[in-house]
Design a protein around this ligand. Sequence first.
Ligand SMILES: Cc1ncc(COP(=O)(O)O)c(C=O)c1O
Length: 393
Amino acid sequence: MADKIYMDNNSTSWPKPPGVAKAVSEYIEDVGCNLNRSGFGTTCVLNRKARSCREQLAALFNYPNFMHVVTTPSITFALNTVIKGLLSSGDHALVSGMEHNAVTRPLFQLREFGIEFDFIPGDSAGRLDPASIAPRIRPNTRMVVTTHASNVCGTILPIREIGAICREKELLYVVDSAQSAGVLPLDMQADNIDVLCFAGHKALLGPPGIGGFILAPELAARIRPLVVGGTGVESEQDEVPDALPMHFESGTPNLMGFYGLCASLKWLNRQGIERIHKKEQETYRSFLAGMQQIKGLRIVGTQDADSSLCVLAIEVPGLDIGAIAYRLDSKHRVITRCGLHCAPWANRSLGTFPKGTIRLSPGYFTKKSEVTLTLAALEESVAYARRRKLVDR
Ligand SMILES: Cc1ncc(COP(=O)(O)O)c(C=O)c1O
């Protein structure tokens, strides 16, 4: 499908860097075998690959011990493990007003078990003022969970300041880095992050099916794994081994995921996060300038490349945004996403609930010519909707 213009990197990044597809197929075609379960020599090869993946992730997030990097099938799985594992009946948590359902749904589910949470409200561009945290802390508040950057409009949250407050008030700080890891610097130590959750398939540019979390063993000891079963070692025990990362990795891991993610991390490392971020900022600025010329669009978010990732969320007051997104795809082959983007609470914060927005999320590989074509396609699609009276209902 090379004819498409892909503007949906927030859903999953595409294309992947050179070497990722080859690495995935290397596992399928040449390596085979299961980790810790078969083929002595191959198990060593697989363990080395998994280790390299963990080492690269630990280095990227400045965490001193790669054995604390736990992989899961997704960041949703990671957030569920951590949030459900660290909160008990009677506890209270705080979350930003920009969270994805991967954070809010586990917390809504936990209400049934006597766990409460509150939102830390931000402004209508999704910005959060760290000063609004302290007044919401209760004697039973245990944890703060925030995204690093909004998947709806790209707004970057001040995680270092939030982390410092959490440290001072002795609260756990859990960060959802689904959109930022791979584009923005993250430093678990300087940012005072207790648990960092990551998604392999977004800006880390790996394949889908691998995510995870990084945490200290003291915290791990407090979390009941969501899933237990075979680990390939210590099979005589009726309980899952305590050692990290195995404690949370029962069942065959995503071996192709390790291969693909290892390759994308190597590529990221060679390019450097700073360079990637700079290029995405340029793309964002070009999009902003072009969109400001199109009649009838309202751009949601900070509209500033220093406080936002390269995400363009737009409303078209009076017109049906679903019809416009459909036109973009069917006539122009521009792939966007339309609606709430799995983040109803973020849309409430931004004033875009319940309709949501058309979200364009270019990536590192977006070409200048694609920006130009997308802007022209957007202008045509909006004009088409206006001409055909495809109005909002
Ligand atoms: C901020 C944020 N958190 C969590 C998720 C969940 O990611 P996944 O579906 O890969 O588990 C997403 C996905 O879009 C996201 O944007």
